[in-house]
Design a protein around this ligand. Sequence first.
Ligand SMILES: [Zn+2]
Length: 166
Amino acid sequence: MNNVRASVHRCCTQGSVPGEDWLSDKAAALLLSCGPSPIHDLERTLSMLIADCHCGRVRIEVAGPPEFLVDCNCSICRRYGALWAFYALEGSRIEGTVEHAEGYIWGEKTISTFHCRHCGCVTHWEPLKPKANAKFAINARLLEPGAIQGVRVRRFDGAESWAYLD
Ligand SMILES: [Zn+2]
């Protein structure tokens, strides 16, 4: 791990290193796994959060904690027990869906809600026909609990009024 830190220091910080331990082991591991993306995306990489299903086959990377979480009472969300966090599709990364996830489409057929075929976790939903600046939502229960600690949960009345109740 020390080698990773050293290489990050040399590459990205140009002499403005705040201290030896400024980069946690977890963050360093994240950097290691970021593949070909330029290491100068350091700040962005460090703020990315990962939502993965229990078996790890479906993995979604999103940009940092959401502003709020959505607890919806519609017929499907209440059954899933999901807590939704919205993000722009652009800049997020969804991996493993094609090979390992199943989409469920119902009602007005505007979105598909995915679950992992192997472990059953509901991972996210995506618009079926994404427009420019389209958003999607991840099941925030798949994030590390600490990542959403203290984030406000908003109750959405998807069952009737289609409005927030708070
Ligand atoms: Zn899984």
